[in-house]
Write a protein that binds this ligand. Structure first.
Ligand code: ADP
Ligand code: ZN
Length: 529
């Protein structure tokens, strides 16, 4: 087939300059581009705003053929293609919103070798017709965007991604790239396996966003706290406030307006024209605060968002990281602020319990929530906790609330020892292991069916922890988990002694726990021993 594309074989740096207007590659971009142009597969982990698009767009232009981009969000595809076309790149997308003649025109252009890039939704690729069409032309590279969506245990699983595992067989010899801005160690391994990229080179950028200051506080009077925070961010700055429900979005926006803040609502239930108008104002004007559900922000490249506020607890650390990552993309100081309360936790536990997934799915969702709460409850640096979650170690940052104002703590050594000895006794004496719920029942001296059946009321630690409430114990357990004093194992999350547990048992390690956590007013406030 003829290749009528002007950049084939060109110098990547020249393409970067000519097409995208940038003088130099940033970070790993250069290495990634070289590697893929040479025909190698790549797994790219780079935070939002890191510049992932360039890493597949440049190879797509330079290698002979058309670059195939698999992207899950049709709305995003449209914007990305428009931006490319504005730069003179011949890009197009195929999706279900198009008419048959529109699609036919794009297919013809592809087959004639006239397209630089073609964007396709994952579900399209399951169709044999699309595969056949793409096989009749020439592909230069295959980029799988939002690759974490293939992970069944991640926070954003999409079943259509599972079918992307055989792309190597369908398009032999075409280099493949998997890209994501959110991957824990486990998700990273899982996407490499499921997308069958055993020989790929891995490019893992630092996930740190040093200009973002992290602040998390318990809800006392959430509306007033939010207004106070927004005012403290400064006059005329842009920010995003995330809420979970549409109703809460509308009420919050309205309340902020009564307080003289230029707030606009954004959620999927609003009229498309209102959504477009609000988004337009947010992008173009100063001082607009967008109150939105998490549907807002994906693909919105506004560099000077000065804050992201969460007034409801996100479902996972991945989600929190992604959403807060929309602040400060210009590198200037920005704040990620959140208020969380017991109500959030109760509501989310209920949603998990009522979710249609099987037991192990619910277990994973529970672990996502626990990791999120561990971030809220840490007495250590927030950034250390956050980066640690993504497998990256770091020193205390000096730019988060716990670094700037050390948290008020109480000594959790004794409760930690009670829990550890319960776990150890059950293991040694009866070869048993249990999850948090049952262990708390034992410690609080609950009289449940299971306790009586198992004879756990005969254990020497039975009832030893009745000075703490159920909520307090759960908070203690989350904080111990976050510090590796205990670990959760298997699909059922049974608790075992972690690496840091021995020193605690010997009383050699202090266990400071946050005072201002959710059980506030309950046991934690009383236990001062
Ligand atoms: P990601 O997809 O990783 O979130 P993008 O590809 O959208 O990031 O890039 C983020 C921003 O950085 C965009 O505004 C993009 O134009 C800009 N950018 C990317 N690479 C470069 C570069 N080499 N030089 C300057 N700006 C860049
Ligand atoms: Zn810090």
């Amino acid at each position: 087939q003829p290749d009528r594309r002007p950049h084939t074989g060109a110098d990547p740096r020249a393409v970067l300059k000519e097409v995208f207007g940038y003088d130099a590659f940033r970070g790993d971009q250069d290495d990634i581009v070289q590697h893929v142009i040479a025909g190698g597969d790549a797994v790219v982990l780079m935070p939002t705003g890191g510049g992932k698009s360039i890493t597949y767009q440049v190879p797509a232009l330079v290698r002979p053929g058309t670059g195939l981009v698999i992207s899950p969000l049709i709305a995003l595809m449209h914007d990305q293609v428009d931006a490319l076309v504005a730069n003179g790149v011949r890009a197009a997308y195929l999706n279900s919103t198009q008419s048959a003649p529109e699609r036919a025109e794009i297919e013809q252009a592809y087959l004639a070798g006239e397209l630089d890039l073609i964007y396709v939704a994952p579900e399209r690729l399951s169709s044999a017709a699309t595969t056949r069409l793409l096989q009749q032309g020439q592909l230069s590279v295959i980029a799988i965007d939002e690759a974490h969506c293939v992970s069944q245990w991640g926070h954003d699983f999409r079943p259509d991604y599972l079918a992307l595992g055989d792309l190597a067989e369908r398009f032999p010899g075409v280099p493949r790239m998997a890209l994501t801005a959110t991957a824990t160690r486990e998700t990273h391994a899982e996407l490499t396996e499921r997308l069958r990229l055993p020989d790929a080179r891995h490019f893992v950028a630092s996930f740190d966003r040093p200009n973002i200051q992290y602040r998390i506080e318990p809800k006392v009077d959430p509306r007033r706290q939010l207004v106070q925070f927004v005012r403290s961010a400064g006059e005329g700055v842009c920010g995003i406030v995330y809420a979970l429900s549409r109703k809460s979005v509308e009420q919050t926006a309205e309340y902020l307006r009564t307080q003289g803040i230029d707030a606009l609502p954004y959620h999927a239930g609003l009229d498309a024209s209102i959504r477009a108008r609000n988004q337009e104002r947010f992008l173009r004007e100063d001082g607009v605060v967008m109150v939105a559900t998490i549907a807002f922000g994906m693909g919105i490249d506004k560099p000077d968002v000065r804050f992201v506020a969460h007034i409801d607890l996100p479902k996972s650390v991945e989600g929190y990281y992604q959403e807060t990552g929309r602040a400060g993309r210009d590198g200037e100081p920005a704040v990620a602020w959140m208020a969380y309360g017991l109500g959030d936790v109760v509501q989310q536990r209920r949603l998990i319990d009522q979710s249609p997934g099987d037991r192990s799915y619910q277990q994973r969702m529970g672990q996502h929530l626990d990791a999120m709460l561990a971030l809220c409850e840490t007495v250590a640096c927030r950034r250390q906790n956050l980066l640690g979650y993504f497998g990256q170690s770091s020193d205390p940052c000096g730019n988060c609330d716990t670094c700037l104002t050390p948290a008020d703590t109480w000594d959790g050594l004794v409760p930690a020892q009670k829990l550890l000895s319960t776990i150890i006794r059950l293991k040694r004496e009866r070869n048993q292991a249990f999850g948090a719920g049952h262990l708390v029942d034992i410690l609080r001296g609950a009289s449940t069916e299971r306790i009586r059946q198992q004879g756990h009321d005969k254990l020497s630690t039975y009832g030893l922890g009745s000075d703490l409430s159920d909520q307090d114990w759960r908070s203690v357990i989350r904080q111990l988990l976050a510090r590796g004093i205990i670990v959760a194992q298997g699909d059922y999350g049974v608790l075992a002694v972690g690496d840091e547990g021995a020193a605690v048992l010997r009383g050699e390690s202090a266990v400071p726990l946050r005072r201002d956590v959710l059980g506030r007013g309950g046991g934690a406030a009383r236990v001062r021993k």
